[in-house]
Design a protein around this ligand. Structure first.
Ligand SMILES: [Zn+2]
Length: 473
């Protein structure tokens, strides 16, 4: 009797205090690796480093492990091996053997719709870039000077000092033309912890948008005068403000975020394009969608301090309002071009560019769009979004819309501006046909009619072959 009572007492005590690690997940990014512990209750952790050999130690009080750490895929991460043990004082010790310098950061997240209590351990790689092939420092310096000159010129115009503005424009023109690339930030939504929307057949938004984004980057990189980078190139989470911060660090001229919609009903379908609204969303859908897309940071896990990191920098600048309006007009104009292109290959959900308060669109000086490529909640469209051919068409349409905008309004120091100015001198532009191009898209992206393009090249059919060089009249 006494013995069994004693056992019961001990069991109750254990249940009240011990939590269990039920699962662990690892997400490897170019500049950090994230290790997530799914816990049966709130975690109490102590994270520190040891050297000789280099290790990161995670001590968890009153914690059991119910997960096989060998299941973690450590490829492309700073972690060589994960070892676990029971601490002398009780509780769990997790040791990470590491192969490069890391700065550990950890925080806990409360349960939400998808996950239980979590402990998140980020090992940040000092000095590593968040993007592959980051902007060259000299190129970045040229861009900074250009941005400063443009700002000063806008300021001079705003103050009515036209003489000064003319002087500055002349000074810029006197320098050798940089013929720089126009830089496009391609932002695949969600990732890692945050799967985004899920289709009726299990397709995850984070996967299809990454496929489309990679195809889109490739299209820009194949085009002389353009260079693109991905804000996320793998299955890991990037905070919403972090995405715009990366775009600023890489001196992007344009930011495009790729998503796929989901609603409760399986009926709605079609693509939509969003720009930032200054005050309130244009439609109820836009308002609702902004609320769900902005949830990502809560699901994906960004600790409070991190997500506010760039706030001061982003909000700095005396000409914020002026810049903001110009940026928004550029976003809306480009959005119209992208929507027009998407309408050629897919049904449109809304015929105009919608406006909503998406966090990723809030860069004051980088024109930005968010494209909802289709409804992953519609079984037919879900199947299309998985198809590589359809993904390529979506990428091509978004590409053609953005390129059309920049051909009309090239930044002064860009190769496109230089080409345009040469064109005025009599020389004509040429375009080399890429795989996936159609005659109508080439015409639209150069802002000319199909008829004019066919005439200039003596074409009697609409068929193009890859590598063919077209004269752009
Ligand atoms: Zn999304």
């Amino acid at each position: 009797m006494l013995v069994s009572l004693g056992c019961l007492g001990a069991a109750v005590q254990v249940q009240a205090q011990t939590v269990t690690v039920d699962n662990m997940r690892l997400w490897s990014a170019p500049d950090h690796v994230r290790l997530v512990f799914d816990m049966s209750g709130p975690a109490n952790a102590n994270v520190f480093t040891l050297d000789n050999p280099d290790r990161v130690v995670i001590d968890l009080d009153s914690t059991d492990l119910d997960f096989d750490v060998d299941k973690l895929d450590l490829d492309d991460s700073a972690i060589d091996k994960v070892r676990t043990g029971v601490r002398e004082s009780g509780g769990l010790r997790v040791v990470l053997d590491i192969n490069r310098a890391v700065v550990p950061k950890s925080f806990t997240l409360p349960p939400n719709e998808q996950y239980s209590d979590r402990l998140v351990v980020d090992l940040v790689y000092p000095g590593a870039s968040a993007v592959e092939d980051p902007i060259d420092p000299i190129e970045a310096m040229i861009r900074d000077q250009e941005i400063a000159a443009q700002r000063a010129q806008t300021e001079a115009v705003a103050q009515g000092n036209e003489e000064k503005a003319d002087e500055m424009a002349a000074a810029v023109e006197a320098q050798p033309h940089p013929k720089r690339d126009i830089i496009i930030a391609v932002d695949p939504g969600h990732g890692g912890e945050d799967p985004g929307a899920t289709g009726p057949n299990g397709t995850r938004e984070k996967d299809v948008v990454l496929d489309i984004a990679r195809k889109l980057k490739q299209r820009f990189d194949q085009t002389p005068g353009f260079k693109a980078f991905l804000t996320r190139d793998g299955d890991y989470y990037v905070g919403l403000r972090q995405r715009t911060l990366i775009a600023r660090q890489q001196k992007a001229d344009f930011f495009v975020s790729i998503h796929a919609d989901a609603v409760r009903s399986s009926q709605p379908f079609g693509s939509s394009v969003y720009a930032l609204s200054q005050s309130g969303a244009t439609s109820e859908t836009a308002r609702w969608l902004a609320a769900t897309e902005n949830q990502s940071d809560l699901i994906g896990g960004v600790d409070g301090n991190l997500s506010l990191d760039d706030k001061d920098e982003v909000l700095r600048g005396v000409l914020l309002d002026l810049t903001m309006t110009a940026t928004m007009n550029d976003s809306l104009a480009t959005g119209g071009q992208v929507l027009d292109q998407l309408g050629r290959i897919n049904k449109l959900h809304k015929s105009g560019v919608e406006q909503a308060g998406f966090v990723v669109l809030k860069s004051p000086d980088i024109p930005s769009l968010l494209v909802e490529t289709g409804f992953i909640s519609n079984p037919r469209e879900e199947a299309q979004l998985r198809s590589s051919a359809h993904q390529a068409q979506l990428a091509q349409a978004i590409y053609a819309g953005i390129v059309a905008h920049f051909r009309q309004h090239p930044p002064p120091s860009s190769l496109l501006a230089w080409q345009r100015d040469q064109g005025r001198g009599g020389a004509s532009n040429e375009y080399r046909v890429q795989s996936g191009d159609t005659l109508s898209q080439v015409a639209a992206s150069h802002n000319i009619s199909m008829k004019a393009l066919k005439q200039a090249n003596g074409l009697d059919s609409d068929i193009l072959r890859v590598g063919q060089v077209l004269t752009i009249p």
